[in-house]
Write a protein that binds this ligand. Sequence first.
Ligand code: DX5
Ligand code: ZN
Length: 227
Amino acid sequence: MYYIAPSILSADFSRLAEAVALAEKGQADMVHIDVMDGHFVPNITFGHQLVAALREKTRLPLNVHLMVDNPAKMIPLFLEAGADWLSFHLEASRHAHKDLATIKEAGRKAGLALNPATPAELLSEVLEDLDFVVIMTVNPGWGGQKFIPATGKKIQRLSRLIADRGLPTLIAVDGGVKLDNLASLFELGMNIAICGSSVYGAGDPVETIKKMKAVAAEFNQKYGRKK
Ligand code: DX5
Ligand code: ZN
């Protein structure tokens, strides 16, 4: 399946509930929330209390991306806050298998995120435990960066690895995703398009999401049954 997930990192932080409402109006499939702790990445963004507050404001699933050190400590807070999809970085976790189990035991979708320099093959032993993978196609920490071309091959390799094992694992792509490259990324194996600046930096976020959804709908029609 093919999904559009607007990332509120590029929205006006003083009007986040409105940003989520725009995602809903554009019929986005979920909202992506970037949690940065000032350690794993230099910036600080949102905490679990903000996730809990937004949970009250929308019926859209919340896809929370933890860019934090020691995710084991943070995961229970975000589960409690109502994250529906929860990913953390392989580079930050000492016991990824255990941390994934914590998420799955709560009945939520569990994901691992990979920095651009981290090979997809490092997921080999936990692939069966993953509902989704977040392939970072920019260095984490900032919105509005340029897509790193070398990461395209990684999406393709991961997609093959998943297909070879007949798994339902979804691939989310995070960084530099926009209307222009959406179709080519879906072709490479992306299932979830995470779009920050291309949505909230656009003149009309609702129209932009609708256009993106139309591209996703074409792919759902063409290949939707496979995953
Ligand atoms: C970057 C974040 C992304 C960010 C992407 O660290 O993980 O989710 O919102 O922003 P764009 O789409 O502007 O590259
Ligand atoms: Zn993100």
